[in-house]
Design a protein around this ligand. Structure first.
Ligand SMILES: [Zn+2]
Length: 314
């Protein structure tokens, strides 16, 4: 968040002395040619609406997802909808994108809440669980995972309760649900480790906990691909490919059944790589695993495969 200039400091000092606002509510607003400016008690400010901001915080990742496919992924900036674009179908992603979770400009991170994980990502009682649940007491402080900007901070009627959605410079979004109190406002710039909310039990929740999600272009991925919650460290790199969006995407040993409408020869011994294919797609096509393909072809999961390359299947 930008520091305000001295002209506002006098106004601020007066309002913060006489005002009844809590620390994180804006204590004043100022109309400027660029829009309404919200001013906070810690003498930082942000614009109420981000004019001319289209939501892309990582040009490299955005170029990759746009170039990857004929399908143009959208990165809208929306303060009132949780999902910004329902047609961002990341299962269409053909290539693997190497994403730096931290970089030299934004090299900090924080575990949102240091508590016991009570539920993991994946299928739970037949329903998909898009995040992890971390046990807490109502009122416990929740911290921003990375540097970024608050996209959504309000009560969500359909289950999340008080929800904060943050967009980050690494290209990901993080969700913090069921909060008892929101400590940030939409469009506010926030740094990793900054308190953004208090834990609670709002929305579709039985018992106080933090429901924490990590999303890539609106699509949930396993937060444990990014965070080692046990050791409280972040994994530096994330390889984004269509396989990570599967509810069991964190496991490369899962066997896929073919979902392609094109019939494949189940007895084929080898496959010649076509445009847009990666090991995940080939494994899924033939009902085998990436691990198997790697072992048979002396590859690692991150090796680049080339069009025309012959991949042994059995
Ligand atoms: Zn949950």
């Amino acid at each position: 968040m930008k520091k305000i200039t001295s002209i506002f400091i006098t106004i601020l000092s007066l309002t913060s002395v006489f005002g009844q606002n809590s620390f994180f509510d804006p204590i004043d607003t100022v109309e400027t040619p660029n829009g309404t400016m919200l001013i906070y008690a810690d003498r930082t400010w942000c614009y109420q609406e981000e004019k001319d901001f289209e939501g892309v915080m990582n040009d490299y990742v955005h170029d990759m997802v746009c170039n990857d496919t004929a399908y143009a992924y959208k990165s809208y900036w929306n303060n009132d909808e949780v999902i910004t674009c329902t047609t961002n179908d990341v299962t269409l992603l053909k290539d693997t994108i190497w994403m730096c979770v931290l970089d030299s400009l934004h090299d900090n991170y924080a575990i949102p809440f240091d508590g016991l994980m009570t539920s993991r990502y994946g299928y739970r009682r037949g329903r998909r669980h898009n995040g992890v649940d971390i046990d807490l007491e109502t009122g416990d402080t929740i911290y921003a995972a990375f540097d970024g900007k608050i996209r959504y901070a309000q009560y969500h009627d359909h289950g999340f309760g008080n929800l904060i959605v943050m967009r980050h410079y690494n290209g990901l979004e993080t969700y913090y649900a069921h909060c008892s109190k929101l400590l940030v406002a939409p469009n506010q710039d926030v740094v990793a480790g900054q308190p953004i909310g208090l834990g609670g039990n709002t929305g579709r929740s039985t018992g106080s906990h933090l429901h924490f999600e990590v999303r890539f272009y609106d699509n949930p991925i396993d937060p444990e691909l990014i965070f080692d919650f046990k050791h409280k460290v972040v994994k530096d790199n994330l390889l984004v490919h269509s396989g990570v969006f599967h509810p069991s995407g964190s496991s490369s040993t899962r066997t896929y059944t073919s979902s392609s409408s094109q019939p494949v020869d189940k007895n084929a011994k080898s496959h010649r790589v076509r445009n847009g294919e990666n090991l995940w797609i080939i494994a899924r096509k033939y009902g085998t695993t990436v691990d198997n393909l790697c072992r048979l072809n002396n590859l690692t999961e991150t090796d680049v495969i080339h069009i025309g390359q012959v991949i042994r299947l059995r």
